[in-house]
Structures are given as structure tokens and as C-alpha cells.
Design a binder for this molecule. Structure first.
Ligand code: DX5
Ligand code: ZN
Length: 218
């Protein structure tokens, strides 16, 4: 089994001390900083937007993995690239012209991600899998940190892994929601590549040690 790429979610950080949490992540073994953008329309919660993403970028030494939980994401792609996004994931459920949106993300020199809600069948991605750099598979219903992991995710990871192999694509599988040291080994065994972890990292006594613990799962 390979070493997971770990993307701590800043949603669970201390927003009154964002700079110190970003610097803590800079000194950790994290591979990305996961940025959750919520608009109060696509999901029933509002997190933060472009100015905060830009502020994180100014202190971050890790690439920003931006997860857009917003309607009409195609209107904001270049703005998020300018605010530091290395990866931009749009929701399958929010994109009428997903293929076009993926091309637009790539034209900005960002990695193109598609996030899917727990009810969305991975089969729906087959026709554009060659154009997807990463699938952000939601293992909770998007909108909040600290929710319980949905067990059906393991099956979806295995199915998606097959679709990727059959199409000789190089898509990475990212798991987002309720990830912890208990489910991480099984997720990696099923074929996951990137683990997003919010509360498991930030609510732990020693976040850097917790990131190290996730990296050591293989
Ligand atoms: C949920 C977000 C997640 C969230 C993960 O809508 O997309 O990235 O921050 O938080 P935990 O790991 O606490 O479930
Ligand atoms: Zn997320």
C-alpha cells in the first residue's frame, strides 16, 4: 500500500489565529492545505471566500487544494486561481457543463477536480474520467466538519478505482469527510490516494503528530 497524501482541512482551524495554523501546517508533513468554500446555497453553511483564501496563500508553503461547494463555480475559477489555488474541485451536482468547466480549470494551469456527493454514483464520471485530475469523493454530506464517515464510501472507492484503470486514466482519489486513523487504512486499501482530515487533525492534542500518524498509514 502506498503512503497517503494528506490534506488537512483549514475549516477546522482556529479562524482567529489562521496564520499560526497555516505556519503549523507548513512545518508538518501535510502535502496540501484543503480549503472549503461554502456559499450557503449549494450547501447549508457559509464558510469563507476569496479574501481569506488569498490570505492563507500568502503564508502557505504547501499547495492549496480548493473545494468549491458553491453554485455556478465556473464564474469563480480564475479568481480562485489568483487567490492561490493549485487544485480546484467543482461539484458534479453544480455543473451543467462539467466537461467545459474541467477544460477551463486546466487552461488556468490548475489541477481539475470533481467532487461528488455521497448519493452520486461514480459511474457518472466515466465519460470524462480522462479529463479529471482528482475526484474529491465526499464521505459525509458536504457543509460541515466533524460529521461521521459514511461506510458506503469504501465500495465507491473500489468502483472508481476500476473505472480509472479501465480507462487508463491517472485520476487521483481524494476522500473528504470523517477521515481518521481507523478508516484511513481501509480507504488506502480500497484505492484512495489523498486523505482530507479536518477535525481529526485540528481537534487533536498534537496536530503535527496526527498528520504524521496519517502519513504512516500504509
Ligand atoms: C465538508 C468539507 C470537509 C470537512 C472535513 O463539507 O468538505 O473538507 O472540512 O472535515 P472533517 O474531517 O472534520 O469531516
Ligand atoms: Zn472539503
Amino acid at each position: 500500500m502506498k503512503t497517503p497524501l494528506v490534506a488537512p482541512s483549514i475549516l477546522s482551524a482556529d479562524f482567529s489565529n489562521l496564520q499560526s495554523d497555516v505556519e503549523m501546517l507548513n512545518q508538518s508533513e501535510a502535502d496540501y492545505i484543503h480549503i472549503d468554500i461554502m456559499d450557503g446555497v449549494f450547501v447549508p453553511n457559509i464558510s469563507f471566500g476569496l479574501p481569506v483564501c488569498d490570505a492563507i496563500y500568502r503564508h502557505a508553503q504547501k499547495p492549496l487544494d480548493v473545494h468549491l461547494m458553491i453554485v455556478k463555480p465556473e464564474q469563480y475559477l480564475s479568481a480562485f486561481r489568483d487567490a492561490g489555488a493549485a487544485n480546484i474541485s467543482v461539484h458534479y451536482e453544480a455543473c451543467t457543463h462539467l466537461h467545459r468547466t474541467l477544460q477551463e480549470i486546466k487552461a488556468l494551469d490548475c489541477r481539475a477536480g470533481v467532487a461528488i456527493n455521497p448519493h452520486t454514483n461514480v459511474q457518472l464520471l466515466e465519460d470524462c474520467i480522462g479529463d479529471i485530475d482528482l475526484v474529491c469523493m465526499m464521505s459525509v454530506n458536504p457543509g460541515f466538519g466533524g460529521q461521521n464517515f459514511i461506510e458506503n464510501t469504501y465500495k465507491k472507492v473500489r468502483q472508481l478505482k476500476e473505472i480509472i484503470a479501465e480507462n487508463e486514466a491517472s485520476t487521483l482519489i481524494e476522500i473528504d469527510g470523517g477521515v481518521n486513523a481507523q478508516n484511513a487504512p481501509k480507504l488506502m486499501g480500497a484505492g484512495a490516494d489523498i486523505l482530507v482530515a479536518g477535525s481529526f487533525v485540528f481537534k487533536s492534542v498534537d496536530p503535527q503528530a496526527t498528520i504524521k500518524e496519517l502519513k504512516a498509514i500504509c
